[in-house]
Design a protein around this ligand. Structure first.
Ligand code: KG4
Ligand code: ZN
Length: 335
């Protein structure tokens, strides 16, 4: 049995969790900064790192307390070291290094996106690789062939905005608050998704990359034109039409990539995996496939997913020394 303490500070959540054998959560503490960043319309990196610094030790202490364990019981400390905001990552990495050094415990470096994928292992006890995973968050949009717990191949990626970033930017254009994804999801529920058509881009057969900047610009142009002409529109209709376009692009590429690999096991991960329209679209178009989603709290950033990924990296012997540093841009294939 292995108990892993996971620490996550890559963006605007300070999180710590204790997870047993990669799949069983003993505690999962998340302190979110969303309310602080809301008034700026997005994450302010300097504020994020300062807030992480203020609270990281308390969050770790609470994770141990809730799990009813002490530092002595922990077998290894897993920490997100990239990708993410460098100042934010540094807080988690420094805290994990200090603990690993003082307690003489192994330090396991975790790739944030690998962590998002592992969120699926926590809730789906029987899920095992290989499978195809769409990871769509605020900073990343990838279609990944999960060959094994620590072996990943990127089949497609965004050429411009990440899917979550497009949701956040369009929400701002529509006057909705941050983070935009959940706001658009809610607003779109009462809109007509066939109201406007936004141009979707494909890079040709056999290419699983996506692009969202054209759809985002389409929304911006629509809103600007309407405002200039003094025409009224329902925000709900634009939100729904935008959401439909993004979701269709994601599901089209995901199913094409899964067909190419001949793998009918698909998982979603990352904040955008919480999107209700995305879940519905995938379910309705993938009869005969095995589909897995994390529940909503495990789609967005948390440390249980980091501890889960750390467990598999730990088993593989991926241990860092005290030179571990934060890496803001980090390839998922080479952790
Ligand atoms: O994975 P995450 O918590 O953080 C990153 O690693 O980026 O993802 C946050 C992103 C934000 O862009 C947010 O707007 C988006 O996920 N998001 C959603 C929904 N919930 C969160 N996007 C679409 N629909 C949602 N329901
Ligand atoms: Zn994330």
């Amino acid at each position: 049995m292995s108990l892993i303490l996971g620490i996550e500070t890559s963006c605007d959540e300070t999180a710590a969790a204790v997870v047993k054998d990669g799949r069983e959560i003993l505690s999962n503490i998340i302190s979110t900064q969303i309310e602080i960043h809301k008034k700026f319309g997005g994450v302010v990196p300097e504020i994020a790192s300062r807030k992480h610094l203020e609270i990281v030790n308390a969050v770790v202490a609470e994770a141990l307390e809730q799990a009813n364990v002490t530092f002595d019981d922990i077998d290894a400390i897993g920490v997100t070291y990239g990708p993410g905001l460098v100042g934010a990552l540094l807080v988690g990495v420094s805290a994990a290094k200090a603990l690993a050094f003082a307690l003489d415990k192994p330090l396991v470096p975790v790739h944030h996106i690998r962590g998002h994928i592992c969120a699926n292992f926590i809730e789906h006890k029987k899920l095992e690789p290989p499978f195809i995973c769409l990871v769509a968050s605020g900073g990343h949009s990838h279609i990944v062939h999960v060959r094994d717990y620590t072996e990943f191949e990127v089949l497609g990626r965004t050429r411009d905005d990440a899917a979550g970033e497009a949701f956040d930017k369009v929400a701002r254009i529509l006057g909705l608050s941050y983070p935009g994804g959940p706001e658009i999801d809610k607003c779109a529920a009462s809109g007509n998704e066939n109201f406007a058509k936004f141009k979707k881009v494909s890079f040709g057969e056999g290419n699983y990359d996506f692009s969202f900047s054209g759809i985002k610009t389409g929304v911006m142009n629509y809103v600007n034109n309407a405002q200039q002409k003094g025409e009224k529109f329902k925000t709900e209709d634009i939100a729904a039409s935008f959401q439909k376009s993004v979701v269709e692009v994601l599901v089209d590429r995901l199913l094409e990539a899964s067909d190419k690999c001949g793998i009918k096991k698909i998982a979603l991960a990352g904040g955008v995996a919480a999107n209700s329209r995305l879940r519905k679209e995938l379910e309705s178009r993938s009869k005969g496939y095995d589909i897995y989603f994390p529940s909503l709290p495990f789609c967005t950033d948390n440390a249980a997913m980091i501890a889960s990924s750390a467990y598999y990296e730990f088993l593989k012997g991926n241990i860092a020394d005290m030179t571990l540093n934060a890496v803001p841009y980090l390839d998922i294939e080479n952790n």
